[in-house]
Design a protein around this ligand. Structure first.
Ligand SMILES: [Mg+2]
Length: 255
């Protein structure tokens, strides 16, 4: 009953998969299924407020916290959006903020605040469970592939599995390694599926879309949150199809 209902709710997606002979969907996790960016922002804001409370200037705590977030995000951008451990990210932001006057006690306080950061899953986007359930009901296999530590990825995958009511297999590519074409292939090997019959869905053009194409993927969905469009100078092979969407919910409207 449930399966049939779900199936009927996304007839165009069913056609989309069938017409392309797609039997598997491989998802990036962070900022594709989970609001990880918001999770970081929230944690950074809380840390920033804590830092602000120890500041002796007359500036508003909110302003200091916002500035702290900005410093961390700038560092992240400078590192070409490569994931960095939160502790390291905060430490370098604090060093930039305070310079030589950085109090070592403050570093300790920040590290204590971060203790739970990697033991909790970021929130799911509202549409995430439904999208996963519909895909499963259409008979496609699902695999998840993150660029994060094994332990944190396990927590996220378990949380998602609980929400959808079935087990979601996952591959965690540690942040000390590259999320590249071979890791995308490993994710598919995990469930014994062929990447040429897989739809890869992710928000990072450089660590999801491009490496999956290099691995032999022909059908991809890129979640382009910022509307930047496919980077100029990147040549997409003529037999590769990239659908650009704004968020995970739009997967249900693929046709
Ligand atoms: Mg991502």
């Amino acid at each position: 009953m449930y399966t049939e209902f779900e199936k009927d709710s996304a007839p165009s997606l069913e056609n989309f998969l069938k017409e392309r002979d797609i039997d598997t969907v491989a998802f990036d996790i962070d900022n594709t299924l989970l609001a990880t960016h918001e999770y970081y922002r929230q944690a950074l804001y809380e840390i920033g407020m804590d830092v602000a409370e120890r500041n002796t200037t007359s500036r508003r705590a909110e302003d200091i916290a916002t500035e702290f977030i900005q410093i961390v995000l700038d560092e992240y951008k400078r590192g070409n959006y490569r994931p960095i451990l939160m502790e390291e990210q905060c430490e370098s932001a604090l060093r930039r903020h305070f310079g030589d006057s950085l109090d070592p006690n403050l570093l300790q306080i920040v590290n204590d605040l971060l203790e739970d950061f990697y033991t909790t899953s970021p929130q799911r986007y509202e549409a995430t469970p439904h999208v996963l359930q519909v895909i499963k009901s259409l008979g496609a296999e699902i695999v998840l592939h993150s660029h994060a530590q094994e332990e944190w990825t396990r927590i996220k995958a378990e949380d998602l599995s609980f929400a959808v009511g079935f087990t979601l297999p996952y591959l965690a590519t540690d942040i000390t390694e590259e999320k590249d074409s071979s890791s995308w292939l490993r994710a598919l090997q995990l469930i014994d599926r062929d990447i040429s019959k897989t739809l890869v869905i992710g928000d990072s053009f450089t660590s999801d879309i491009l490496p999956a194409i290099h691995a032999g993927c022909k059908h991809l969905v890129w979640i382009d949150y910022y509307g930047t469009g496919i980077p100029k100078g990147v040549e997409i092979p003529s037999d590769v199809e990239i659908v650009v969407v704004k968020n995970i919910q739009e997967i249900l409207k693929l046709k």
